[in-house]
Design a protein around this ligand. Structure first.
Ligand code: NAD
Length: 436
């Protein structure tokens, strides 16, 4: 099939590359000239494990193309995916201007039947708005389908190639057939393609992300209670996770959820609820808990350094909002940095992939280390904000030798408390005993 993907970010580039990998001819369109230039010349623009190999292969075999021209990009397409940003607007609702602007342009450019697919996360009713925006200028038949994306950054290629399910929202038989054919190679193991109406498909995506965010905030509150009541959240987590009805996944407490999806999607669903005069109480609490959780370690750090943080130096491991990505959107580490710098502390950071992105946002307010151990030099404490694998079994002798004080604040519960006690570290984590 001939496919166009408009928007070549995390979702668009993975979508385009994976569809090319199954033999389709894919053109990716982006307004960012620099990005298109890099991608056309074989340079990948995001860090996503496994993507580079597929990208290089499909580019070389001529199944993957990049352009800034929408007209040129959609000329021969049978299916057009919109993988455009839907950031929060001033009131927290999803800003649809990127999606609707492209939809309006499409109406003028289409010369034969096309299926237009909303891949972006969009509120209920958007497929109808996209349909209306295209119809304003269109002279040809077309269908608009809602096909929300469930990939997770860090394992996006696997998620796309072997999805748990594919959700396709459409009432058009013609579009349903096209989408079914396109996705058939991805569900050979028997995972379902779930066909539904557009509105249900749109809400499915928000409900999924909001439910996962709820699980995280719930466990973070359990962790707070564990600290107050003298229980161990790791034990409680295992205790409840072994119940099939609850499940083991997504029960790890920490310093809150971040990224480009959970924060904005939970907020957008709350706004959608308000628009129909419904008070979605649980989600308001989920957001409140997460706001506090992002800086959960700060009061602990302040309590430890009784003479204040001014002039103190901190090493910070982990900047990305989660491991295996360079994405720093709404990353808890950024909130920690801000709080520490505001208190007059110096911060030296290390992250395996996300440092260039942080440099662009935070600049020289902080220092950037070449190696994870370099930033420990002269630091009063080490703070851990992202659970990258390389941080899980560090050389504690080296940490001990370089850090000024044997003090670690761990926002991701990477180490065993008993072990840290034996090694003589002051070690605070989330929802567990303090090793002194
Ligand atoms: P992104 O910001 O990484 O990428 C968006 C791309 O669109 C950018 O490259 C930008 O230059 C381009 N763009 C903007 N306006 C354009 C225009 N008029 N024409 C062509 N290109 C244009 O965003 P993303 O993370 O890929 O997310 C895209 C959508 O997918 C969002 O709605 C998001 O909520 C949703 N989503 C994201 C993820 C994720 O993990 N990132 C997962 C599922 C769903």
């Amino acid at each position: 099939m001939r496919i166009t993907v408009v928007g070549t970010g995390y979702v668009g580039l993975v979508t385009g590359t994976c569809f090319a990998e199954t033999g389709n001819n894919v053109t990716c369109v982006d307004i960012d000239e620099n990005k298109v230039k890099k991608l056309s010349s074989g340079q990948i623009t995001i860090y996503e494990p496994g993507l580079e190999k597929l990208f290089e292969r499909n580019l070389k075999e001529g199944r993957l193309h990049f352009t800034t021209g929408l007209a040129e990009g959609i000329k021969d397409a049978q299916v057009i995916f919109l993988a455009l940003p839907t950031p929060p607007g001033a009131d927290g609702a999803a800003d649809l201007s990127f999606v609707l602007k492209v939809a309006e342009q499409l109406g003028n450019l289409m010369t034969d039947y096309k299926v237009i697919v909303d891949k972006s996360t969009v509120p209920v009713g958007t497929a109808e708005k996209v349909h209306a925006a295209i119809l304003k200028n269109s002279k040809v038949e077309f269908d608009v389908v809602s096909n929300p994306e469930f990939l997770r950054e860090g394992v996006a290629v696997d998620d796309f190639m072997k999805p748990d399910r594919v959700v396709i929202g459409t009432n058009s038989e013609r579009a349903r057939k096209v989408m079914g054919d396109l996705y058939a190679p991805f569900v050979r193991q028997g995972n379902p393609i779930l066909y539904m109406d557009e509105r249900s498909a749109e809400l499915t995506k928000y409900a999924a992300n909001s439910f996962l965010a709820t699980k995280i905030s719930f466990m973070n509150e359990v962790a707070v209670l564990c600290e107050k009541l003298g229980a161990d959240v790791d034990m409680v987590r295992r205790g409840i996770g072994s119940d099939d009805r609850i499940g083991k996944r997504f029960l790890f407490p920490g310093i809150g959820y971040g990224g480009s999806c959970f924060p904005k999607d939970v907020q957008a669903l709350v706004r959608s609820s308000e628009e129909v005069k419904y008070d979605f109480k649980i989600l308001n609490a989920v957001m409140d808990v997460n706001e506090k959780q992002k800086v959960f370690l700060i009061p602990k750090i302040k309590a430890y350094f009784k003479d204040g943080l001014k002039g103190k130096r901190f090493a910070l491991w982990g900047l990305a909002f989660k491991p295996n990505t360079d994405d720093i959107r709404e990353a808890p580490a950024l909130y920690i940095i801000e709080a520490l710098v505001n208190e007059g502390a110096t911060v030296c950071v290390f992250d395996p992939e996300a440092m260039p992105n942080v440099k662009q946002v935070v600049g020289d307010k902080i220092q950037y280390a070449k190696h994870q151990y370099d930033c420990l030099e002269g630091a009063d404490a080490l703070i851990i904000a992202t659970e990258w694998s390389v941080f899980r079994t560090p050389d504690f002798d080296q940490i001990n030798a370089i850090l000024k004080n044997k003090v670690i604040f761990d926002g991701r519960n990477l180490f065993d408390v008993q072990r840290m006690q034996e090694l003589g570290f002051y070690y605070e984590s989330v929802g567990r005993a303090v090793s002194k």
